[in-house]
Design a protein around this ligand. Structure first.
Ligand SMILES: [Zn+2]
Length: 216
């Protein structure tokens, strides 16, 4: 792995997001935070997203409730609302490339990620859909995710890792992970690997069809 992009999903979570921001700041590293819209209703949590944005991190949309993968929702209109409501809640700090990250349950990629209605909405509203290629299962909470990330990264030139600013315990090992990346000469970049973008500012890429529940 020559390069890696860091992303933190499912926050903001007051103490944990602050810890992640402190660690990144000490190392002058920039990442993307894909936030859950309904969590922004808590002013205390929202303040962490404001802080992340102010520090130069990118802020993306990770659905409003994060309950059901959008391609599995019964009502297509509800899947659109999951995106729309979070984008409204993000207001001023959404990135201008309008990043949306779907979720698959345990990091699974597939045609359950988006409904056709959600896909059409993302294209019409010029969103950029960001998937991933590294799921080290940090939610298990132990430091084993560091080795799992390096094992996955061994087969990649440019990794895009999904971590979670959640109280699993995993983020206490973030600095150790970043030190090992540094020791192994892996460059940390903020932009996303091209093969992890299924829509770029409204334009579908060749991988898009694999992530929509109804045929394109
Ligand atoms: Zn998620």
């Amino acid at each position: 792995m020559q390069k890696i992009t860091l992303s933190f999903d499912n926050g903001p979570t007051p103490e944990i997001t602050d810890h992640v921001l402190d660690v990144l700041e000490r190392r002058n590293i920039h990442a993307t935070f894909f936030v859950i819209g309904e969590k922004l209703a808590d002013a205390n949590a929202r303040a962490r997203t404001v802080r992340a944005h102010g520090a130069g991190h990118w802020i993306g949309n990770h659905s409003f409730t994060h309950k059901t993968p959008l391609g599995k929702m019964d009502d297509p209109a509800e899947s659109v609302k999951e995106i729309e409501n979070t984008q409204a809640a993000l207001a001023d700090f959404a990135h201008s490339r309008r990043f949306f990250r779907p979720f698959g349950g345990g990091g699974a990629l597939g045609d359950h990620l988006l409904s056709r209605a959600a896909f059409d909405y993302l294209c019409a509203e010029k969103f950029t859909c960001v998937t991933w290629n590294m799921i080290p299962r940090d939610w298990e909470g132990d430091r084993g995710w560091i080795q799992r990330a390096f094992d996955i990264g061994a087969d990649l030139d440019w990794g895009l890792v999904v971590l979670h600013d959640l109280p699993s315990g995993a983020m206490q090992y973030l600095d150790e992970f970043l030190q090992r990346l540094d020791d192994e000469g892996v460059e940390i970049v903020q932009d996303f690997p091209p093969d992890c973008l299924s829509i770029r500012q409204g334009v579908p890429t060749p991988v898009a069809a694999g992530y929509v529940s109804d045929p394109l």
